[in-house]
Design a protein around this ligand. Structure first.
Ligand code: BG6
Length: 467
């Protein structure tokens, strides 16, 4: 069943962290925009009642994004609550009752993945699942086999068109802007290939630690948390071919092709790091070998990209919070000596602001002779305060039955295929000082000319001819 609008939204894990930080703010925004006007049923096992859930929603909004009195009041009017154990069929009978005559509910599983199977089975048995959609959160499984198992469970109760795998990076406008830049500008196609690009770097830096999520994070690590999903989505947008049509499957077909062309990561192409102090976090093992930083080098064996290394780096407790792509151009066959060619690049910043910058060389204005500098031509804007947040966008899309912003199973499996072997090898994890750019050992996985660190001004570097 496709293309109908869900007539109720159920979210499991209503008292949890994700609901608190992301879901309530998105629900309020949806209500405010007039995009949500159906019952919203929270489910959890907390011994709570509806008033307690409402209070939690209020607190969440006050801390995350701000409470809008009118929208909040409407949201409160839509909220329902079912308390109970996910194992217990009576929880689902109570849910069916709360759903009243809803025929097309969307069930959002904002719960730990170990509970997915139970909830999906109970939904199917209780008649809450018929005509319904299911929305699950990344990471989808923790390796290839568990992802396949999870998929089997989901497909046992729902059709593929009714399964929505959330990777909220797909809901970010900045991530989609990469496609707009590539496919709305004819000039971009001319240089966006192995003939002109020497290397591509993707950096996702966060200046904070695990923010009380030590228990989850220690079981997950950077590669499973953000590389295998969020950053591979960015990679796919950067490297994919233009889709032949604009429907969701044509776009997702091209993304899967990128991953199919990516070689499995080898040990020599990975550096894992852990910030000092991580092992003191709540929920983290004292001898934890989990990475809070990872740098990988990937090869894409496609017609467009063969021979161009792609570097991905992500970490917690780095010097800044920023997601940025830098593509370095090859040096031209110029008469100018190589040592003077300081470098051209394309820089796409995805957050906190959205920037497209082209780094170009020109004669340095305040120097004599053949002195070159790189200056950036830049288009940049900060997201508007009323812009849709990624969660708002993906929840709305799932309720509309539009799969474009969701990961498809074949994509998820390819992503695991790329990272799984090296994840299972217990590669060393090197310590790094908080607020630095990761461990010293990163030298092994570093683009030619070094990593471009967001915030460190590379533009206006001047190289001049030696006297
Ligand atoms: C989540 C990860 O999926 O994405 C977090 O679990 C990470 O560890 C977060 O901080 C980053 O997303 P955003 O939208 O806040 O940049």
């Amino acid at each position: 069943m496709t293309n109908f609008q869900s007539d109720a939204l159920v979210f499991f894990g209503a008292t949890g962290d994700l609901a608190y930080k992301k879901i309530f703010p998105s629900l309020q925004a949806m209500v405010k925009r007039g995009h949500l006007n159906v019952p919203v049923v929270g489910v959890a096992k907390a011994g709570w009642n509806l008033d307690q859930l409402r209070a939690r929603a209020k607190d969440s909004l006050e801390k995350h994004g701000g409470l809008d009195a009118t929208a909040f009041e409407k949201l409160v009017g839509l909220l329902r609550y079912v308390d109970g154990d996910y194992q217990d069929p009576s929880t689902f009978s109570a849910l069916r009752q709360e759903l009243k005559d809803a025929k097309r509910p969307a069930h959002y599983l904002a719960i730990p993945p170990v509970l997915f199977e139970t909830v999906v089975q109970r939904l199917a048995e209780s008649n809450c699942g018929s005509g319904a959609r299911v929305i699950v959160e990344k990471p989808f499984g923790h390796d290839l086999a568990s992802a396949q198992e999870l998929n089997k469970v989901l497909l046992g109760a729902f059709g593929e068109a009714d399964i929505f795998r959330i990777d909220h990076y797909l809901g970010k406008r900045a991530v989609n802007n990469v496609l707009a830049f590539r496919f709305a500008n004819a000039f971009a196609e001319a240089f966006w290939n192995r003939n002109y690009i020497e290397s591509v770097e993707i950096t996702m830096a966060e200046d904070f630690g695990v923010q009380g999520r030590g228990g989850f994070y220690d079981q997950t690590g950077t590669i499973r948390d953000v590389v295998q999903n969020h950053l591979f989505q960015v990679l796919s947008n950067l490297a994919m071919e233009p889709p032949v049509r604009s429907d969701s499957d044509s776009i997702r077909d091209e993304k899967v092709k990128v991953l199919r062309a990516v070689a499995t990561i080898e040990e020599k192409d990975l550096v894992r790091g852990q910030f000092r102090g991580y092992r003191d976090e709540n929920g983290v093992a004292k001898d934890s070998q989990t990475e809070t930083f990872a740098a990988v080098k990937l090869e894409i064996n496609s017609w467009r990209w063969k021979g161009v290394p792609f570097y991905i780096r992500a970490g917690k407790c780095l010097p800044t919070t920023c997601t940025e792509i830098v593509a370095k151009f090859r040096k031209p066959p110029s008469l100018i000596p190589d040592s003077l060619l300081v470098g051209n690049h394309l820089r796409l910043r995805l957050s906190p602001e959205i920037t497209i910058a082209m780094g170009m060389m020109s004669l340095a204005p305040n120097a004599e002779g053949l002195a070159l500098q790189t200056g950036e031509m830049m288009a940049s804007h900060s997201p508007r305060a009323d812009e849709m947040d990624a969660y708002e966008r993906v929840l709305g899309s799932a309720m509309d039955g539009d799969s474009t912003l969701f990961a498809r199973e074949d994509y998820v499996e390819e992503a695991w295929r790329i990272v799984e072997p090296v994840l299972k090898k217990n590669t060393p994890v090197y310590q790094y000082a908080p607020q630095t750019w990761g461990p010293a050992e990163i030298d092994r996985v570093t683009p030619p000319g070094g990593w471009s660190n967001p915030g460190e001004k590379k533009a206006f570097a001047v190289a001049s001819e030696a006297a």
